[in-house]
Design a protein around this ligand. Structure first.
Ligand code: SF4
Length: 364
């Protein structure tokens, strides 16, 4: 029989079950039980759109380089990007730096202690504000990330689409009642763990779920039909020619614009719909690059972003002298440049060529 989560004594029973399970659930994350707002904030920003497994490797390295909010505030954008390299969604790294500068410069290095005040900082949305406020300062607020949306939808047998604002509000109100007023941080972490380890998107492990007795979706046999998700939009596929232009011991790079996709990162110049040597050569000519000798094709790489797919093909060239106004870097400089993971295969190709292990037209 299912216990409906409509009365205060049922909320208390739910919390007890959930937190008892949380105490014994095996997975130990580097940030579990953390109460330092700076460290919680870094982990939460890293976890946005990125899996726990991926973040685990980055978290320790990042905190070793920037152990305090002041240390991060004093870093350059490129230093932060370098440690962020491979995590993707680089706008998060920029907001992280902007927020650190604000906290360090205007707030004496202390994070505000309420979710409401935290939400006013750059890059901190309702979820992250709730996570920091509850875990670091004990404010009894819900931190509703994607894991909680899924678990709360199922617990409450929500039949509306979770993309609807009204449904989100309903779920938030439902979850807020369940938060343990004495241990809000642990409660939120336990709920996140439940979503991540048990209440899985496609195949929820209801048979081992500590709160199965409270679950409305399970009682209806609807756990795989809930949450109701919006129809997925097709991703736009963009074909790009990527120019790898060598000049003696160096290669051409450029910095992406300060706004938009991969803002502020470095790349090998790419040109939309330039899919053969002649088209890429014409685009390079517009940048002032003449007398290029083709070195053949380089790797083809597909990179999937949230809304778009880049289907990239590399073209290698050689030029006698570097034209003015363009940036050429050596192998060691290239290794230190913050580049998005979309460029990884091209960078490997270029480094092999620059380090002399193969000529550009011999690498495949
Ligand atoms: S019983 Fe199943 S659907 Fe319900 S919360 Fe637990 S894992 Fe999720």
């Amino acid at each position: 029989m299912t216990t409906r989560l409509s009365e205060p004594d049922q909320w208390v029973a739910f919390r007890e079950r959930l937190l008892a399970w949380h105490m014994t659930s095996a997975r130990d994350l580097p940030w579990r039980g953390e109460t330092d707002p700076y460290r919680i904030w870094v982990s939460e920003i890293m976890l946005q759109q990125t899996t726990v497994q991926t973040v685990s490797g980055y978290y320790g390295r990042f905190l070793s380089a920037f152990p305090t909010v002041e240390a991060l505030a004093a870093a350059s954008e490129e230093d932060v990007y370098r440690l962020w390299q491979g995590l993707g969604y680089y706008s998060r790294a920029r907001s992280l730096l902007a927020c650190a500068q604000k906290v360090s410069g205007e707030m004496g290095g202390r994070f505000p202690e309420t979710a409401e005040a935290l939400e006013k900082l750059p890059g901190i949305g309702p979820y992250t504000a709730g996570a920091i406020a509850s875990m670091a300062f004990g404010e009894p607020v819900l931190a509703m990330d994607g894991n909680l949306v899924r678990a709360l939808s199922r617990l409450s047998a929500e039949s509306g689409c979770v993309a609807d604002t009204a449904v989100r509000k309903r779920l938030h109100a439902f979850g807020a009642r369940l938060v343990d007023p004495d241990r809000p941080g642990e409660f939120n972490q336990a709920m996140m763990g439940l979503g991540r380890l048990v209440c899985l998107p496609k195949k929820p492990r209801c048979e081992t779920c500590p709160v199965a007795g409270f679950c409305g979706a399970l009682a209806l046999g609807a756990q795989t039909r809930i949450p109701v998700l919006p129809a997925r939009a097709e991703k736009r596929v963009v074909r790009r020619g990527v120019a790898l232009v060598f000049c003696r011991e160096s290669v051409l790079v450029r910095k992406r614009p300060d706004t938009g996709l991969l803002a502020g990162l470095w790349e090998f110049p790419g040109f939309e719909d330039a899919c053969d040597t002649a088209s890429v050569r014409a685009c390079l000519a517009e940048m002032g690059m003449e007398r290029l000798r083709s070195q053949g094709e380089a790797p083809s790489v597909k990179h999937v972003f949230t809304h778009v797919v880049w289907q990239m093909k590399g073209f290698a060239f050689e030029v006698g002298a570097p034209p003015d106004g363009l940036t050429f870097v050596t192998a060691s400089e290239l290794e230190r440049l913050p580049m998005p993971s979309a460029m990884r295969a091209f960078r490997t190709f270029v480094l092999k060529a620059l380090n002399g292990s193969a000529a550009p037209n011999q690498i495949r």
